[in-house]
Design a protein around this ligand. Sequence first.
Ligand code: SAM
Ligand code: SF4
Length: 423
Amino acid sequence: MPDNQDKYDLSFFDITGNCNLRCPFCINDWSTISGNVPVSEKTFGKILTLLPLLNSFYLSCYFEPTIHPDFSSIIKMIPDEHRKKVLFTTNLSRKLSDDVIEGLSNSGFNYINISLDSLNPQVFESLRKGARFDVFYDNLRCLTDAFSANPNAPPLRYITILNRHNVDEIPKLIEDCATNYLSTMNELRTFVPMPHINKDWIKDNEITEDRRNTLWETLYEFPHKWMYVDYGKKSEYDEFFDSLEDPKKKKIYFLPPFTGLRISSEGIVELTHMGIESKYDINKMDDPYGMFKEILALHHLDVERAGEIKNLHCEKLSIMKEKDSVIDNITSEKNAAIRQRDDSICNLTNERNALTEEKHTLTAEKDGLTDELATVKATYFYMLSQKDMAGVWRKFRHSAGKLLFKNNPKLKNHIKKTLRIGK
Ligand SMILES: C[S@@+](CC[C@H](N)C(=O)[O-])C[C@H]1O[C@@H](n2cnc3c(N)ncnc32)[C@H](O)[C@@H]1O
Ligand code: SF4
């Protein structure tokens, strides 16, 4: 596999499954989330085996990591050689123990994001519902004091949700963070107006584009590092997708071509590039690394094969077109030329079949694989085949999936039952 294909493009992980706060703009719809299963050392140990397959490793994406009861033991478990990939975001609103602060200071992590919407206690507490400014501020002081005394401590970044109640404070906030709280970057963002967020709250907190532009003008000459992330703005991929008119193409490109894993604190791993339910329990796997490496390899093999097959199709088509354009009264010389071309069409077709077989062999081959891995492989192909997507690539997955099941009806039933797939 080429170097840039030996890792998942994206990964999301949380060591917990809940939060100590209830911010009114939170991306999470708390009415659908209950309980909290902090990652256990056993599960975390398994998740850590995936590190060689990941470009970055988040300890939190959706939830709050500092509420983990064994946060400092969790940090210690991460192997030294992968610490540079590690990062997380925290609300810093739960009292941190000295042990945790020391652990973070010596962690060797890539960086730590601190959410900070205001240094005005009243505004802070209205935006970070459930937090106490004095607790946050005490944590901030202790953390930055420890980090200042340690030249190897990870860089700190700050994330601020821009809104009507803090917009006037932003220049001072960035300045304070840089001068007093070791900020290497202040990220400003507008909140994503998720459907579950209270509409009155949105009305009361939205800021106009004009107000934002005035802010940029003030910040433009600023000596401190800051950036604006507009989550409401469409990505290049979104624009490309929107431009597609053919519904078949929409189906093909429904998912962006990034491979990704989302891992919950319970150890459930989802393939985000599948777009269909694809959840695997890492706790039940003997060799999670082998399994997810294999899935990655299969994905890239698919892409490579799809490219090769497409090229062969194109060559075949252009030869056929040439043949069609030959006029009626052809000489025997021309006939011979056509025969030769027919041979090459034949060769191309055989070659294509050989590719297909090779792919089937690779997919069906079970030698040296655990049953578990064979199941995952089969599920992968089977579920893709269920998506009814057009295109050569999808069709090949479909036939590969079918072949596996033909050889193993028990497996087919088992997977259908597990995934509750009807037919
Ligand atoms: C989901 S939180 C999880 C980490 C931690 N609980 C925290 O708030 O720092 C990650 C980051 O997303 C931000 N965030 C939450 N809801 C958001 C929204 N609707 N739009 C944009 N950013 C949001 C938070 O302010 C935080 O900086
Ligand atoms: S602290 Fe983070 S996860 Fe918790 S409610 Fe606020 S934004 Fe959401």
